[in-house]
Design a protein. Structure first.
Lengths: 473, 312
């Protein structure tokens, strides 16, 4: 990824006159701390953050006390939300192997980070890991868990011993078979020896340094996982992988090449110049391919439509959450709903001015968190306001009580269900109808006017450039 | 330095570590081919230096730089054909651009042997080129000279890439002769072949014979072809001025005079990837012409008739 940064640096900082000022201003503001930099976004007129380029941060980092994480697509990444909150265009980009992409995110104009569901880190069911592995990755995950259990902090979710209660345990194992590979595979004997050596070394370090966490660049830890995974693969007759390959799978390594980084970094610069020249509608969603698809190796299209249900970039973000208010605890609500699902960091939740959850750690006592939602007065139809100061993110949560969640696609493994803006609006409408039937006419006329507004919005965003019909998919 | 003893060099442990992220993409065999390749890059403008950077980082065996144009201290980075980011110490006098770039290129990757070729294309013949696995021409040459060089390379069986940037546009032409490559789809790897057309033949095709992307407007086709023709014509600058290819250039200030660094980076990145395809023999290369439009930010393949790769 470094080459991509250098490219941006070269194209934008060295050669774009405006950027020289950027460096200067950044230097003048050495004292900036990370706590108030969202304020800083808003107060700085003109240049400095007229456009925000993720990945450019390390440069600022070396000059100022800015704290920012490098580009990644984690949903709980603070930066995109902050840029949205401060209404600053964000030039987003990334590469993976031969491919890459870049687009501009602007509030109300383009889809934001969270308008579409992005893949989260894949997890595997506990029973597959513990009892019935069928692919090499299952054994690799198992070996990583084993490492954590032996040398790290104990974690119930990373259990490795067979689960006797699982009926599938008795069922036979997969019928895969070991195949050779270009890079050397260890024999069982070598695997055992390698594992033994790794265990001996790691044990020493464990005694000396306390809890260890697994790291792909830690030679011993890597050897431990590769050897343990392959021994387990052997037992279950699953294809074994070389240590080099195991490292890729266990460490989620994404291939990177200089060429793709150069192309995407330069595209970021072109996008940034368009934004700075007040030509944001001329920016494109650009994607780079391995080989031409329909003749395009670098394809550009205009903004896709925003997701109207997106809880992040909507004018007034609202969601409806269906759950069992009599069973769902505040702890679950904080961790599973607010933090995991809505990617808030330190949520403050209020109802009618009463604090339900506080972002202050001191206020979160265990006993209080054990209470169910209904015990603190949150019942069917409750409207909560959740806010995360760190991200300048605020949304309204409508609670729907249901003892059992309706099944979707025959699946019902969740404790709660979340739906977006439309559902919330419908709920409000329904509630309003119940309360005051007389107002129905006014409300429905309001809904009717929405499509017209939507069309207008789309029209506003349409790029009237005559090249528009060239959008290539 | 003969082809035979170059083939024998294996990728070392140190190299496996250094190139880890890319070996995961094109495999040890791809890296081995790169490791044993010898590249010549002619012309060190923003485009040429970008290609040099990409191939040096990728870990080619030898990199030979050729550009005898004088270094001009006053113009620094910002003039036409001057966007060379390798140039060290601006105050120091160097013989030419190639020698001024040598140290920085070498710094990028100590594993690569970097050399300078003295002189320029006019005094070079097959004897000079015959040991190269790939030649990249990233400089605007007069039509006759360009055809002479590409003719020599064809004759000597040397794969080559020709490219240039003008304003917001960039252009690349691949001639990989009879090219074999492997393509992995759905975990199955198959071998494929393409016969490339030489440049001398390609420039004679008319507009109607070249396949453009569907829905591509006719007038744009004309512009593309004009650029293509202009590229190899002597009065390039005069013709160039007629086109809308300078569109958008005002954003970058007039001092760039047509050589805009990000355009060089994009076209150089795409051409660098084509060079890696030529040597590594993985993935389908562009057949034959690539046209990049910096205003629209897309790059497309202009297909020549016959010999199309199967999957198109």
């Amino acid at each position: 990824m470094k080459t991509q940064l250098w490219e941006i640096l070269f194209c934008l900082v060295v050669l774009l006159p405006q950027s020289l000022n950027l460096l200067q201003i950044a230097e003048e503001n050495k004292m900036l701390s990370n706590a108030n930099w969202s304020e800083y976004f808003k107060t700085q007129p003109g240049y400095l953050f007229s456009v925000l380029i993720p990945g450019f941060d390390w440069l600022l980092d070396s000059l100022t006390a800015f704290w920012l994480s490098f580009w990644n697509l984690h949903l709980n990444d603070v930066k995109p939300k902050l840029a949205l909150a401060a209404d600053i265009p964000l030039v987003e980009s990334g590469t993976a192997g031969y491919s890459g992409e870049s687009s501009v995110i602007k509030k109300g104009l383009s889809p934001c980070y969270e308008c579409s569901e992005r893949p989260r880190n894949k997890t595997y069911p506990g029973c597959t890991i513990r009892n019935t592995p069928s692919e090499p990755i299952h054994c690799i995950v198992w070996a990583k868990f084993l490492f954590s259990q032996l040398f790290g902090e104990p974690d119930d979710e990373q259990e490795v011993s067979p689960d006797a209660a699982d009926p599938e345990l008795a069922v036979g194992c997969g019928d895969g078979h070991a195949t050779g590979s270009k890079m050397q595979l260890r024999t069982l004997k070598e695997n055992v020896a390698a594992w033994h050596k790794a265990v001996t070394d790691v044990k020493e370090r464990r005694k000396r340094d306390g809890h260890l966490s697994w790291d792909k660049d830690d030679t011993d830890a890597m050897m431990f996982v590769a050897a343990a995974a392959n021994i387990r693969c052997g037992i279950f007759q699953i294809e074994q992988k070389t240590e080099w390959k195991v490292k890729e799978m266990a460490g989620n390594i994404i291939p990177a090449i200089a060429t793709a980084n150069a192309v995407i970094a330069a595209i970021v610069c072109l996008q940034a110049v368009k934004v700075l020249k007040n030509n944001i509608k001329k920016t494109r969603e650009v994607s780079l391919r391995v080989q031409p698809t329909q003749h395009y190796i670098l394809a550009a299209s205009t903004f896709a439509d925003r997701n109207d249900n997106c809880v992040v970039c909507a004018e007034k973000p609202t969601v409806t959450i269906t759950l069992d208010t009599k069973k769902f605890t505040l702890k679950d609500f904080r961790e599973k709903v607010c933090q995991k699902k809505l990617s808030m960091h330190e949520p403050d939740v209020e109802m009618d001015g009463n604090i339900i959850l506080s972002s202050d750690e001191d206020d979160l006592d265990e006993n209080f968190l054990k209470k169910t939602l209904s015990e603190v007065g949150v019942n069917h139809g409750a409207i909560l306001t959740a806010e995360d100061f760190q991200q300048e993110f605020k949304l309204e949560i409508h609670i729907e009580h249901a003892e059992e969640l309706p099944e979707i696609d025959g699946q019902n493994d969740q404790e709660f269900r979340i739906s977006g803006q439309e559902k919330a609006t419908a709920t409000i409408t329904a509630q309003a109808e119940e309360v005051a039937i007389g107002k129905k006419r006014a409300l429905s006329s309001q809904t009717e006017s929405e499509p017209a507004a939507k069309v207008q919005k789309i029209m506003d965003h349409l790029d009237l450039d005559d090249d528009d019909d060239l959008i290539c998919l | 330095m003969t082809a035979e003893n170059r083939e024998e060099q294996e990728v070392s442990e140190q190299e496996v570590t250094q190139y880890d992220r890319q070996i995961r993409l094109w495999g040890l065999d791809g890296q081995k081919r790169l490791r044993n390749s010898k590249i010549c890059v002619i012309g060190l403008s923003s485009l040429g230096s970008e290609i040099v950077k990409n191939l040096t980082l990728a870990g080619v065996g030898e990199m030979v730089l050729m550009d005898d144009r004088k270094v001009d201290e006053k113009t620094l980075l910002m003039t036409r054909d001057g966007g060379n980011f390798f140039r060290a110490n601006f105050g120091t006098a160097f013989e030419n651009r190639a020698s001024a770039s040598l140290d920085r290129v070498q710094e990028l990757n100590p594993n690569v042997k970097v050399f300078i070729a003295p002189g320029f294309t006019s005094d070079k013949n097959l004897d000079f080129f015959k040991n190269f696995s790939l030649v990249v021409i990233a400089v605007i040459l007069p039509k006759d000279e360009l055809l002479r060089i590409t003719g020599i390379l064809r004759e000597g069986g040397i794969k080559h890439i020709v490219g240039a940037t003008f304003g917001m546009y960039g252009f690349g032409f691949n001639d990989f002769l009879e090219h074999e490559y492997s393509l992995t789809k759905n975990e199955k790897t198959e071998l494929r072949k393409i016969s490339f057309k030489p440049l001398s033949e390609a420039i004679n095709y008319s507009e109607n014979e070249v396949t453009f992307p569907k829905r591509y407007k006719k007038n744009k086709v004309r512009v593309a072809l004009n650029l293509y023709e202009a590229y190899i014509s002597e009065d390039f600058k005069a013709k160039f001025a007629e086109f809308e290819s300078l569109k958008g250039i005002e954003d970058w200030g007039e001092e760039f005079e047509g050589d805009i660094p990000p355009i060089g980076a994009i076209v150089g990145g795409l051409m660098g990837q084509e060079a890696i395809k030529a040597i590594g023999q993985k993935e389908r290369p562009i057949y034959n012409t690539l046209l990049f439009d910096g205003d629209r930010m897309d790059a497309k393949e202009l297909l020549l008739p016959r010999g199309d790769p199967k999957e198109i």
